[in-house]
Design a binder for this molecule. Structure first.
Ligand code: ACO
Length: 360
């Protein structure tokens, strides 16, 4: 075979029982359940049980308690946060702390890795604001404890439910770039920690999980609905991409966008913020249709992620870390699925460089 596919578009690189992204119909299925059945109705711990079922036979039956204990365990690593790390972006600092965890393939390693982005991000965000870390409470629901560790005060039920909605909505999504990266590393038998570090590294880029921070910058620069068209047209004229729009697989609206918009409505967000964002979204969609009429560019998950995480008091610089708190469940499930029978992932390339000169 000599053909290549730019960006591996259309290439099927794995069979999975974990999730199906139906790009033509705007549907996401996670282990036989549609996103509508899960988002807003399920805790993150339940979603972990769904994804991990059959892949981690040594996982304790009480996932909330096991995850709570893992949060407490990994918190010990927060002591390694030094000024060198605090000068880095939150995701780089969180990744560095995660890299301190031992590698391995069992459920205990997986539980620590599930807990790591949550515990480390809360500590990094607080330390960067000059505040001491807040220790985890093993008895709490994961989402509620994340918000408490972040802010130092208990979250309301609506806030914890909204964060659960987010974590469940993003917990898995087919063979996206970070999950593929995690599966490639898992396929070498490098261990779950290495696979998760690969996932975090791929997620960090602005074309993948790094988009929601810039969505807030866009909204803040636009300032009021009347400025939207001029701002967006100028951005596109410069060749910039509009963050929170477009997707490789979805050619219709990303179903996750509306699941998150619903959760934003539960929160006591800034007066008029959602209505303003909706006006910017409408302007962006209209202009993208004029600008790229053949491209079916629609709203993706990141647009309303930005609104939701802002309303929950996460700083935009840490939005990608919150994405990792949810997606880590998918990386870990995919890593084990890859290990259960998958071969080393090693595609071919086509050499198009110069050939050696013939000896005279
Ligand atoms: N704004 C403006 N133009 C866009 C956008 C956008 N957001 N997205 C795609 N396009 C245009 C490209 O310029 C390109 O135009 P051209 O072919 O005329 O040059 C065309 O649409 C196709 O773009 P590709 O980059 O080939 O499409 P691809 O499938 O590789 O990209 C991606 C998908 C990376 C998500 C893209 O839509 C994008 O950059 N979006 C903005 C970043 C973003 O929101 N990322 C989060 C995605 S969701 C997630 O990962 C969780």
């Amino acid at each position: 075979m000599t053909g290549t596919s730019d960006g591996l578009e259309g290439v099927v690189a794995a069979e999975t029982v974990l999730s199906e992204v139906d790009g033509a119909n705007g549907r996401l299925i996670i282990r036989g359940r549609s996103l509508d059945e899960l988002a807003g109705r399920t805790t993150f711990e339940d979603a972990v049980g769904l994804l991990f079922g059959g892949f981690y036979p040594d996982l304790p039956a009480d996932i909330p308690a096991a995850l709570g204990a893992a949060r407490v365990e990994v918190f010990a690593e927060v002591a390694a946060l030094d000024t060198g790390l605090l000068d880095r972006t939150p995701i780089e600092a969180m990744r560095a702390l995660t890299a301190r965890l031992a590698d391995g393939d069992d459920a205990q390693v997986a539980l620590r890795l599930l807990a790591a982005p949550a515990v480390f991000t809360a500590a990094v965000v607080r330390a960067q604001a000059g505040e001491a870390p807040v220790a985890p409470d093993a008895a709490m629901r994961h989402s509620a404890d994340i918000l408490r560790m972040l802010r130092g005060t208990p979250a309301t039920k609506a806030e914890a439910d909204a964060l659960d909605t987010y974590l469940v909505t993003v917990c898995d999504h087919g063979l996206n770039a970070s999950t593929f990266a995690a599966r490639v590393v898992a396929s070498t038998r490098a261990g779950l920690t290495s696979a998760v570090l690969a996932g975090i590294s791929a997620l960090k880029g602005p074309l993948h999980g790094g988009a929601p921070g810039p969505v807030i910058e866009m909204l803040d620069e636009i300032g009021e609905p009347g400025n939207a068209r001029a701002w967006i047209e100028a951005a596109l004229a410069r060749g910039d991409r509009l963050m929170g729009f477009g997707h490789r697989i979805y050619k219709v609206r990303d179903p996750r966008a509306d699941a998150l918009k619903t959760a934003v409505r539960w929160l006591d967000a800034r007066q008029g913020r959602l209505e303003f964002a909706e006006a910017v979204e409408a302007a962006a969609l209209a202009i993208l249709r004029e600008h790229k009429p053949n491209r079916s560019l629609e709203t993706n998950v990141e647009f309303y992620t930005a609104l939701l995480l802002e309303a929950l008091d996460f700083p935009p610089s840490a939005f990608t870390c919150v994405f990792a708190m949810g997606r880590v469940a998918g990386w870990l499930a995919h890593a084990r699925e890859q290990l259960s029978g998958g071969r080393l992932i090693r595609p071919a390339s086509v050499y198009v460089g110069p050939m050696p000169q013939k000896a005279a």
